[in-house]
Design a protein around this ligand. Structure first.
Ligand code: UDP
Ligand code: MG
Length: 145
């Protein structure tokens, strides 16, 4: 069982794709164990993407990520990190496979609809960036009944 951090980015929330994106996570067997709609400050966006701070796109990315509400969630399931990355598609929507979230809802390499953690070590940093332990549901061991 694995956990990953997802962000539905400002472009996708603004175009009304939030419900469809969350539906796809659930349809693929990912369980939403934490969820909130927030607007990032530029400071929060800078911190979240600090790994990219020397890249030429960083300043623009920070502006974009704080330009409107986002939906952050924790997705849980077998192979959740890779599974979510497959649903998302490649970083540039133009290169993302047909049927992926970025291909269908992304606009360009910056405004690409969703974020997903890229490794276990990344998820371990990204999840607590947005959620306290008390805001994340415990794993379901077995469905009642
Ligand atoms: N990004 C961008 N220009 C680029 C590459 C990335 O604006 O040339 C943005 C894009 O929103 C991307 C984010 O920076 O999702 C993080 O980049 P990364 O390479 O980590 O891609 P990801 O892991 O999101 O696929
Ligand atoms: Mg990344």
């Amino acid at each position: 069982m694995e956990r990953t951090l997802s962000i539905v980015k400002p472009d996708a929330v603004a175009k009304g794709a939030l419900g469809e994106i969350l539906r796809r996570f659930e349809a693929d067997g990912l369980r939403i164990v934490a969820l909130k709609l927030i607007r990032l400050t530029e400071e929060q966006a800078r911190g979240f993407y600090a790994v990219h701070k020397s890249r030429p796109f960083y300043a623009s990315l920070v502006k974009f990520m704080s330009s409107g509400p986002v939906v952050v969630s924790v997705l849980e399931g077998d192979d959740a990190i890779a599974r979510n990355r497959r649903l998302m598609g490649a970083t540039d929507p133009a290169n993302a496979a047909p049927g992926t979230i970025r291909r269908e809802f992304g606009s360009d390499i910056e405004r690409n609809a969703v974020h997903g953690s890229d490794a276990v070590a990344t998820a371990r940093v990204e999840i607590p960036y947005f959620f306290n332990a008390t805001e994340i549901q415990a794993p379901v061991e077995a469905l009642a009944g």
